[in-house]
Design a protein around this ligand. Sequence first.
Ligand code: ZN
Length: 187
Amino acid sequence: MAIRPILTVPNPILKQVSEPVEKVTDETRALMDDMLETMYDAPGIGLAAVQIGVPINVIVMDLARDGEEPQPQYFVNPEILEDVEDVQPYDEGCLSVPDIFDTVERSERVKITYLDYNGERVTEWAEGLYAVCIQHEMDHLKGIVFIDYLSRLKRDRAVKKVMKAEKLKAARSEEHTSELQSRSPSR
Ligand code: ZN
């Protein structure tokens, strides 16, 4: 298992539409293991494969609360079969838009079907946070990030803030590298 870098907006890969997975193989499972580890490390509650630069229809999620046993969930080729008209507003965040939170309205309940870690077909209703999270992650598979639902002004502001923070982070790690280099003997 390995922690992979998470892409942030405005990386154009995040706009790509992900491809269906033909079959759940050991390779798919290795990817899901990496995704879960990356998500826990971030930390976050959901991650789509495209967020680590792999545009295929794979999502991992863990909605366990603090102190509860981990409850990893894996979704390959998820589809929404039915949704209810009632919407619930939820203050969403995203690992690809770090430190930005805003309200998005989504269906309160959705009936979904997907293949699990072992490639078995699961069909079930998701509600509450589960419904919010699966709709958010499935948007990633269509190249949609939650800030796309906000006003243009809010979206532009969010992207600028993320770009600035990423730049700072890169500068800081560069500083750290040159510090290490200057500390090591030159000859
Ligand atoms: Zn997200």
